[in-house]
Design a protein around this ligand. Structure first.
Ligand code: SF4
Length: 507
C-alpha cells in the first residue's frame, strides 16, 4: 500500500499501543479519546487529500527510491518544483483544517536527515545514509506519519548538554551494544506525537566534542519500549466535551497536539541509528531541519490567515458593515500581510538548491525571514480579525445556554445579526475566530519552528553584512566602482576633479 486514505490512517493507529498520558490518566485508546480526535482528523486530512485527484500535484510525488507515486509527506524533495508544491500543499491544508495538521515536522526530519547523513558518510566513512534510505523506503511503503522530535528540555540554557546538573535534559546515548544503542532523555512540545506512527529524534543544537554522546539521531516506533508520551494542554481543550460550537473548530482542533516524549532507556537497533557521536554535523542537521520547517510557515499559517480573514468578512457582512471603508481597509491589511508571508515562502522555495545528496533544500536565509515575519504578522492579522469580530468573541454565552429551552430564545433573539441568518451560525463563526485569534495558535506561531531570536541568529549569520558594507563603500567612493569607471571612462578621482575645477564655460 503506497498511499493511505484518511480512514486507513486512523485505523492504522489502532494497531499501535503507545504509552500515552493526558490529564493525569493513561489513555489506552488514542483514536477514540475525545480530546485527541480533532488532531487525528487534521492529520487524516494529509492522507485523505492525497487520494483526491484534484490535489494530486500538491499532495503526491514520485519517490526517488522506487519511482512510485507516494504521499508528499514521505517524499525527499528532488527539484525546485517539489519545494514549491510542498508549500502550496501546506497553504491548502491550512485552508481545509484551519489548524496545524502536524505531519510536516516528520517530513522535514526525513529531508534533513537524508541530506545530512550523506555528508556524514562522506567525511566519516559511515553507512548512515544507506541505512536511512532503507528506513525512508519503509516509511514511504507504509505511508507513515512521523513526529519530528528536535527540542530537548534543555534545563539551564547557559550550560551545554554535558554540563547540565541532570545529564538527561538532552537526549543521549547511555549504552552501546553490538546490535544497537540505548538512549535516555526527552523531547519537549513535539507536535502530533500521540497520533504518529514513528518518532524521528534529532539533536537540538550544534554540539562540541565534549557533547559527543548527545550527538544522536534515531527513529523509533511511537510504541517502542521505554517511550512515554505526556500530552500538553491547550486553550479551550475541554470545550471539546461541551458540544460542537464552543470548541471553535470542533472538527480539527487548535494547534498540533503537542507532547513531552520521554525516552527511558530505549533500545534502538543499528538500522535505525543515523548519527551517533558525529557532533561536527549536529549544527548542520539542526539548521537544515529548521530551515525546512521555517519555510513551511508561510504556507500553513497563510492558509489559516485565509480562513480567519474569511471569517472576519462573514462577520462584517452579518453585522451589515462589509462595505464600510474601515472594514475594507482592515480586510485589505489582513490579506496583504498574509500574501507577503506567502511571497516569502515561495521565494525561499524558488531560490532553493541541490545538495550533494541530490535532494533539494530551501534558501535558508529566506526561510528564516518567512518565519520571523510570521512571528509578527500572525499576531497582527489575528488582532484585526478580533477588531472586526467585536467583543462578542469573549463575552458570548455558551452553546449549552443556546440549547437551554428556557433561555435559548433570548440568545437567539438578542445575539442575532442581519435578519435571515440564524444566530447559531453567528455563534459558530465567532467561536472560530476566538479559537484562532485568542487561543494557543498565537504562541505556536511565535515559538513553533524556533523562537524569533533563533531566526535572527540565522539571519545575522547569513545576512552577509560584510558584503552589504562593501556595497555602501563602493557607492560613497571608499572602495573602487569598476562599472562607474566604465560608464564615465575615467577614474572617480578624475571624474570628481572636473567638478572641483570649474569648466572653462563657467569661468
Ligand atoms: Fe505543519 Fe505548520 Fe503544523 Fe508546522 S505548524 S507541523 S508547518 S501545519
Amino acid at each position: 500500500m503506497a498511499i493511505k486514505s484518511g480512514k486507513e490512517y486512523v485505523e492504522s493507529l489502532r494497531k499501535l499501543k503507545p504509552r500515552v498520558f493526558a490529564f493525569g490518566e493513561r489513555v489506552e485508546n488514542v483514536v477514540d479519546y475525545p480530546l485527541f480526535q480533532p488532531h487525528i482528523n487534521a492529520a487524516a486530512m494529509t492522507y485523505e487529500l492525497a487520494n483526491d485527484p484534484q490535489y494530486e500535484k500538491e499532495m503526491t510525488a514520485t519517490s526517488n527510491l522506487t519511482g512510485e507515486k507516494i504521499n508528499r509527506f514521505t517524499h525527499v524533495h528532488q527539484s525546485i518544483d517539489d519545494l514549491v508544491n510542498k508549500v502550496q500543499m501546506m497553504r491548502m491544508l491550512g485552508q481545509k483544517t484551519a489548524t496545524c495538521f502536524q505531519r510536516c515536522v516528520g517530513l522535514d526530519g526525513l529531508n534533513a536527515v537524508y541530506i545530512t547523513t550523506f555528508e556524514i558518510d562522506k567525511k566519516h566513512g559511515t553507512d548512515y545514509h544507506e541505512r536511512f534510505r532503507k528506513y525512508l523506503g519503509y516509511v514511504q511503503k507504509n505511508d507513515l506519519m512521523l513526529a519530528g522530535a528536535m527540542s530537548d528540555p534543555k534545563g539551564d540554557r547557559s550550560l551545554r548538554p554535558n554540563q547540565q546538573a541532570d545529564p538527561d535534559l538532552y537526549l543521549h546515548v547511555v549504552e552501546k551494544r553490538d546490535k544497537g544503542i540505548v538512549v535516555r532523555g526527552a523531547k519537549a512540545h513535539i507536535t502530533g506525537t500521540v497520533n504518529a506512527h514513528e518518532i524521528i529524534a534529532m539533536p537540538t543544537r550544534a554540539m562540541g566534542a565534549e557533547d559527543k554522546d548527545y550527538a544522536v539521531c534515531v527513529a523509533v516506533p511511537v510504541d517502542a519500549e521505554g517511550v512515554t508520551l505526556i500530552f500538553g494542554r491547550q486553550t479551550n481543550d475541554t470545550r471539546r466535551l461541551d458540544g460542537e460550537i464552543d470548541p471553535g473548530n470542533a472538527k480539527y482542533g487548535i494547534v498540533g497536539g503537542e507532547a513531552l516524549i520521554v525516552f527511558d532507556n530505549v533500545f534502538v537497533p543499528n538500522e535505525r541509528v543515523f548519527m551517533c557521536g558525529e557532533f561536527d554535523f549536529t549544527g548542520q542537521l539542526v539548521e537544515t531541519f529548521a530551515g525546512f520547517h521555517r519555510s513551511n510557515y508561510g504556507g500553513c499559517k497563510v492558509g489559516l490567515a485565509d480562513v480567519v480573514t474569511g471569517a472576519a468578512y462573514w462577520m462584517a457582512e452579518n453585522n451589515g458593515v462589509e462595505k464600510a471603508p474601515y472594514i475594507r481597509d482592515l480586510l485589505a491589511e489582513m490579506a496583504s500581510m498574509a500574501e507577503t508571508c506567502w511571497c516569502c515562502s515561495l521565494a525561499c522555495s524558488y531560490q532553493g538548491s541541490k545538495t550533494p545528496s541530490g535532494a533539494y533544500t530551501i534558501n535558508p536565509l529566506l526561510a528564516n525571514v518567512v518565519k520571523l515575519n510570521i512571528t509578527r504578522f500572525a499576531y497582527e492579522w489575528m488582532r484585526l480579525a478580533q477588531d472586526i469580530a467585536g467583543g462578542l468573541i469573549i463575552t458570548m454565552p455558551s452553546e449549552k445556554d443556546l440549547r437551554n429551552p428556557e433561555i435559548g430564545k433570548y440568545i437567539e433573539k438578542y445575539l442575532v445579526g442581519k435578519a435571515g441568518t440564524p444566530t447559531e451560525h453567528r455563534m459558530r463563526m465567532l467561536r472560530l475566530i476566538e479559537n484562532m485569534a485568542v487561543g494557543a495558535g498565537l504562541p505556536e506561531a511565535l515559538h513553533g519552528a524556533g523562537s524569533p531570536q533563533a531566526q535572527k541568529m540565522m539571519i545575522q549569520r547569513r545576512g552577509n553584512f560584510e558584503a552589504k558594507k562593501e556595497l555602501a563603500e563602493s557607492i560613497v567612493g571608499i572602495k573602487p566602482d569598476k562599472h562607474f569607471k566604465k560608464i564615465t571612462g575615467k577614474s572617480e578621482d578624475e571624474y570628481f576633479k572636473e567638478f572641483r575645477e570649474p569648466s572653462p564655460k563657467c569661468k
